[in-house]
Design a binder for this molecule. Structure first.
Ligand SMILES: NC(=O)c1ccc[n+]([C@@H]2O[C@H](COP(=O)([O-])OP(=O)(O)OC[C@H]3O[C@@H](n4cnc5c(N)ncnc54)[C@H](O)[C@@H]3O)[C@@H](O)[C@H]2O)c1
Length: 509
């Protein structure tokens, strides 16, 4: 299967727009195809709307944004993309026809995933060419913020297609949940619909309003569900003996039963009650307003869960780890060459090490810009911090090192602004180690604008190595110190950035 650089979208409504926003944000180009030309304006608006919340999801360094193009020619889209995500209306015959047509044009190693909420992949792949590359990739609205995607293979889907699709979805920050076998509604919609049927019954029977039923979730079970599912929660509800006790205590209720899973008739009266109830809950707020509110709390919840490394927070952490690693990939190579005593002895590293390390390539993202149109102050610190992160990873500060309770803390930073950086300017950072001892690193980062190689700013920083368990400064790992020392020695002859004068000195000891 090919590496996905360009995602093709088939159908650009609510779900297609969500896929576009997520993929573009993580550096994937998108070719969006829809039979209705009016959808071009719609999808561009949807991507813009998503940007506000997406931009706050993580501060980890992102690759340059992907580019979006739109076409009404489905075949043209299928010919030029690496992965196709289908998001047309939920009608089996329509999906079967369009998937078959597209499969005749898209090369056989291009995966085709359907966003279907409940159709079976075996039915969808029926008339396709190379049907082994068809799978269900079922996302959740808003696709750009909710990480879950259910992967379901049909009778003819290959295991490789499922694995490759999961890799791609993880790359764009999602949690890929592979369903063991196809069932209508997959896993999540089957669960959601069970709850929905109960809601419809209770509204129909006049037991509760839509607002009361939403309160019944929001103030209680909903809070738990953000990080533990029903099964774990019930395990906890059983006290010391967990699920076994829980089943003994509440098992008999299953026979009564409390629930009525057969759906009620959707009478006009029931429809009116549902509509009036939700309108009352909206309290005059527009769908756009409510979407913004939803997006804001979804971002906040994921950031909190990240601290606990649980549920969607664990997915966010894994994504950030990948982004930092990717950010430092070039740095790792350069630092490995500079720090390799063998290479230095043979002179093989002289070309690289006579230069400061070029650590990261980045771009001024639109949300980094202040009211003057320039990159705002705090983002300089962020970029310099990302460069330091790349350097430290390159010399061995990885997750295992951090888990062992050791880390570098920033002690002091001096930023000198030399020129402006505007939205979408491409930038890169070079780094020179100025001094070093067992516990401290003194370095200077230089931030350059790529289009004219202009120095934009310097960031002089002092880092202290700490043992977090002991809560105090401590010597760094010996091998790490040696690697940093080789880089520092190689940098001894490198001129300091123009106009830079040191504010910091490492005093002995
Ligand atoms: N809305 C949700 O919450 C949600 C969640 C998960 C999955 N899904 C699934 O995603 C799919 C799309 O749902 P949606 O809510 O985005 O629908 P939508 O009605 O918002 O968008 C469908 C789009 O498909 C386009 N279209 C129709 N026929 C087409 C064709 N032949 N070729 C290309 N484009 C065509 C339409 O112009 C429209 O823009 C469905 O299968 C749905 O079950 C929806």
């Amino acid at each position: 299967m090919r590496q996905v650089k360009t995602l093709g979208l088939l159908g650009t409504g609510v779900i297609g727009g969500g896929w576009a926003a997520r993929a573009l944000h993580f550096g994937i180009d998108v070719v969006a195809a829809d039979t209705s030309p009016a959808m071009e304006q719609w999808i561009r608006g949807a991507v813009d709307n998503a940007e506000g919340a997406l931009a706050r999801l993580t501060a980890a360094p992102l690759p340059p944004k992907g580019t979006l193009s739109f076409t009404t020619d489905l075949a043209a889209m299928a010919r030029q993309v690496d992965f196709i995500q289908e998001n047309i209306p939920e009608q089996l015959e329509l999906k079967q026809r369009v998937l078959a047509e597209v499969s005749r044009v898209a090369p056989p190693d291009v995966l085709i995933a359907s966003s279907t909420s409940g159709l079976m992949p075996t039915d969808l792949q029926r008339d396709m060419q190379a049907p082994e590359r068809l799978l269900v990739g079922h996302p959740f609205n808003p696709v750009y913020l909710l990480p879950l995607v259910e992967l379901v293979g049909g009778k003819r889907t290959s295991a490789q297609a499922l694995e490759a699709a999961a890799d791609f979805y993880r790359y764009i920050g999602m949690h890929a949940l592979t369903v063991r076998r196809e069932v209508p509604g997959h896993l999540t919609d089957r669960l959601q619909e069970a709850l929905w049927r109960e809601i419809l019954h209770m509204v129909n029977d006049g037991v509760a309003t839509t607002g009361e039923l939403d309160d019944a979730i929001v103030y209680g079970p909903g809070l738990r569900w953000a990080a533990m599912g029903t099964n774990m929660i019930y395990h906890l509800a059983g006290g010391e003996s967990g699920m076994r006790h829980m089943l003994r205590q509440f098992g008999p209720c299953l026979k009564w039963p409390w629930t009525r899973l057969e759906a009620p008739e959707l009478s006009e009266q029931l429809i009116d009650r549902m509509v009036e109830g939700t309108q009352a809950q909206a309290g005059g707020r527009s769908i756009r307003e409510l979407e913004r509110l939803r997006d804001d709390y979804l971002v906040a919840i994921q950031q909190v869960l990240r601290q606990f490394n649980i549920g969607a927070g664990a997915t966010l952490r894994a994504l950030e780890e990948r982004l930092y690693l990717q950010n430092g990939a070039a740095a790792r190579e350069a630092a490995a060459r500079a720090a390799s005593p063998g290479a230095a002895a043979t002179g093989a590293a002289s070309v690289e090490t006579s230069q400061p390390l070029r650590l990261i390539e980045t771009q001024v993202r639109p949300e980094w810009v202040d009211y003057n149109g320039h990159m705002t102050d705090s983002r300089y610190l962020q970029v310099f911090g990302d460069a330091t992160d790349a350097l430290l990873r390159a010399v061995g500060v990885d997750d295992a090192y951090r888990q062992s309770g050791r880390a570098f803390y920033t002690v002091e930073t001096h930023v000198l602004h030399k020129a402006e950086a505007l939205a979408l300017d491409s930038l890169y950072v070079t780094t020179r180690i100025l001094a070093l001892d067992d516990k401290r690193i003194h370095l200077v980062h230089s931030l350059f604008r790529r289009r004219d190689e202009r120095l934009i700013a310097t960031g002089e920083q002092l880092y202290l190595h700490v043992n977090r368990t002991a809560g105090k400064a401590a010597p760094m790992d010996g091998a790490m110190r040696a690697r940093l020392d080789s880089i520092r020695a190689a940098h001894a002859g490198v001129p300091e950035p123009a106009g830079f004068s040191r504010r910091l000195r490492l005093s002995a000891g």
